[in-house]
Design a protein around this ligand. Structure first.
Ligand code: ASP
Ligand code: MG
Length: 419
């Protein structure tokens, strides 16, 4: 007998019929002899609807009141799911973040969890009850309601699993697991049986929308065995997300993903002297703007450089305000904006210490007639910026080049992609 945390997303609890099905999936786990804690999101598109209403009232809703509003979505689903479990004859209790003690820092709309109290949870588990916890919400030490950022229920579930030292955290969703790439773009994408925390973290950050990135970070930190599986195909095993040491790595690249949410900004003819780059990026970071890719290249004259970087589209206006101010201060010549970009990335723990992966990537893109605007790398990821309209072609080319297409599942580590 162990402790299992199950998390069901908005599509899994979209209506009352679906909530009844979720109740059955929960009871199934309880019947296996486990202690069960369920974390749920708001029903269907409830959170989007609440955001829309706030924006109809004012274009700048107060962030405390926004959290007060958005936290209500999850409270509806925990009450209904608990009723559904009780109606099938099992003891269950719903709890919101305040009742559990999911303590966060005092930041509205994207708070981080700092502590989870386990005493109340354990009391209910000891009584044999199934506990249904509201995802996405937290409470500050002062008793203020916070939320963890959109998609944050995954993180609630993993953090609870970590705090209780659970045997597993199962994230139930509307897809069958983690795929080598988006199956809507590449129909021969394959479902991965397992993937490491590190790879999943990179994929989550570059646009594979299966899991909230912070949930993977938390799982890695507390070594919570995590699984993504389908609510609608309970017989499928899904994808296990585990430590890299527990994996057998056959391929250099585990997955390919695209991120269409960035724009590229180029500050032109920045005078070539110490401190100018620091000034640009310091001011951006002071305004909480995170910069992703950065390239410095020679400007049009000998004593200047062009500095290009990417930021989230949603930070565009704030970024431009800051950049315009800096240009005046450091006497750069101007700023160019490129909205027509997609960041395509290959990710794989198997690329560590294997030369030639970057060259293979660039060659595959070249053969597909795709120009690369910017490149960045980390230990297990290579990203290239390409034109937005070429994003799908790039993903298909890379998926094939790195032998990820369904028919080629038997390729092993020794076989370098022969692009
Ligand atoms: N209901 C929240 C959202 O839509 C949290 C979640 O679904 O994980 O973002
Ligand atoms: Mg979600």
């Amino acid at each position: 007998m162990g402790i299992i945390v199950q998390k069901f997303g908005g599509t899994s609890v979209a209506d009352t019929e679906k909530i009844k099905n979720v109740a059955s999936a929960v009871i199934r786990e309880k019947k296996n002899g486990n202690d069960v804690i369920v974390v749920v999101s708001a029903m269907g598109h409830t959170t989007d609807y609440l955001v829309k209403m706030a924006n109809e009232i004012t274009s700048r809703p107060n962030s405390r009141e926004m959290d007060m509003l958005l936290a209500t979505g999850e409270q509806v689903s925990i009450a209904l799911l608990t009723m559904a479990i009780q109606a099938q004859g099992y003891a269950a209790v719903s709890m919101n973040a305040m009742q559990v003690g999911i303590i966060t820092e005092c930041v509205h709309s994207k708070a981080r969890i700092v502590d989870i109290k386990t005493n109340k949870l354990k009391e209910h588990l000891d009584k044999g009850e199934i506990i249904v916890v509201a995802g996405f919400q937290g409470v500050t030490p002062e008793g203020e309601i916070t939320t963890l950022g959109r998609g944050g229920s995954d993180t609630s579930a993993v953090a609870i699993a970590g705090a209780l030292n659970a045997d597993r955290c199962d994230i139930y969703t509307d897809v069958e697991g983690v795929y080598t790439t988006d199956p809507r773009i590449v129909p021969c994408a394959t479902k991965l049986d397992e993937i490491s925390y590190e790879e999943m973290l990179e994929l989550a950050h570059v646009g594979a929308n299966v899991l909230h990135p912070r949930s993977v970070e938390t799982a890695k930190q507390y070594q919570v065995p995590l699984r993504v599986r389908s609510t609608f195909k309970l017989e499928d095993t899904g994808t296990y997300i585990i430590g890299v040491d527990d994996m057998e790595i056959y391929k250099p690249v585990a997955g390919v993903a695209a991120d269409l949410s960035q724009i590229r900004i180029v500050v032109t003819e920045v005078p070539d002297k110490p401190g100018n780059a620091a000034k640009i990026f310091e001011l951006l970071s002071n305004s909480d703007i995170s910069v992703d890719m950065i390239i410095q290249s020679y400007g049009r004259s000998d004593d200047t450089n062009d500095i290009a970087f990417t930021v989230a589209k949603t930070d565009y206006e704030k970024t431009m305000e800051i950049v315009k101010e800096i240009i005046r201060e450091i006497h750069a010549s101007g700023v160019l904006v490129d909205e027509d970009i997609a960041k395509v990335s290959i990710v794989g723990a198997g690329m560590v210490d294997r030369p030639g992966i970057a060259a293979s990537m660039f060659k595959a893109l070249a053969e597909a007639g795709i120009n690369i605007k910017m490149i960045s790398t980390s230990e297990i990821k290579i990203s290239c910026l390409v034109e937005k309209g070429q994003s799908n072609t790039a993903i298909k080319a890379l998926h094939t080049a790195f032998h990820l297409d369904a028919k080629e599942t038997a390729v092993v580590m020794g076989d370098l992609p022969d692009v």
